[in-house]
Design a binder for this molecule. Structure first.
Ligand code: SAM
Length: 240
């Protein structure tokens, strides 16, 4: 009789993303639309026929492993950032990464599919995934059943998404941003602005101003701080 309480799954893919550490990754997909990532199918699933028909869809669900926090284990009650870190909720009432089975679920926009020798890569737009995230499954997003305009949450839009503060670049950061944008052929300005607007700081630091933070995007370290009425990008350095 096969076991019904223990399962072993293998990754079908891996994510290559700009986010090199957890800090700075948006809390849900679709919030930083400028972030692009690639989902690479792993053998034996690196075959175009596994994706046959996917071009009919604009978005997919990806099921993935929160691989970077497995060692931290799970908690029955967690502090969702949208509650300002003040109140706890049951883990199953949240999208926390500290779950008994550390599985994440994100809906992401798909772009082109590339074949490079035996590598199959799917472009993802606006993903909330760390570089190296293992993917367990891909499914098409079905608007006729997955889109639920009648669904409710007692959290108001202001608790779900607070009003963003403007993001301002110092003259030095702006110059560096222009240079790195040209090298990477990416709109780094919009990407950084969208990430910092989300205010990635943990809630216990949310009222602190003038404290410096760093975010890793590819091999770049983005140094920034919160001011009273805005966020300031101080400098963008290349990490050797
Ligand atoms: N949309 C997913 C969900 O609802 O299951 C993820 C939500 S979770 C609150 C989003 C956070 O997961 C991100 O801000 C990032 O810090 C973290 N994260 C993303 N990829 C991860 C990974 N591979 N391992 C650990 N944490 C990860």
């Amino acid at each position: 009789m096969p076991s019904t309480d223990a399962f072993q799954f293998t990754s079908i893919g891996i994510v290559h993303s700009c986010y090199q550490e957890k800090f700075g990754i948006p809390r849900q997909p679709g919030l930083v639309t400028m972030a692009t990532a690639h989902l690479e199918l792993l053998p034996p699933y690196n075959r175009l026929d596994t994706l046959d028909g996917i071009e009919a869809y604009s978005h997919i669900w990806v099921q993935f492993v929160f691989h970077a926090c497995i060692s931290e284990g799970w908690k029955a009650k967690v502090r969702p950032p949208r509650l300002g870190g003040k109140s706890k909720m049951g883990v199953f009432a949240t999208r926390s990464t500290h779950r008994p089975n550390p599985i994440g679920l994100s809906v992401v926009k798909i772009g082109k599919i590339h074949q490079q020798d035996k590598r199959i890569l799917i472009d993802l737009h606006g993903a909330d995934l760390l570089d190296g995230t293992p993917i367990l499954d891909i499914k098409p997003y079905l608007p006729y059943s997955d889109c639920l305009p009648q669904a409710t949450s007692s959290f108001t839009p202001t608790t779900e998404r607070s009003q963003p503060k403007p993001v301002v670049f110092t003259a030095k950061a702006q110059q560096q941003c222009d240079a790195f944008s040209a090298n990477l052929e990416k709109d780094l300005y919009t990407l950084i602005t969208q990430i910092i607007e989300q205010d990635p700081r943990p809630s216990y630091l949310a009222n602190q101003i003038d404290r410096e933070h760093g975010i890793s995007l590819w091999d770049l370290n983005i140094r920034w701080q919160a001011k009273d009425q805005y966020f300031e990008i101080i400098e963008i350095e290349q990490v050797k």
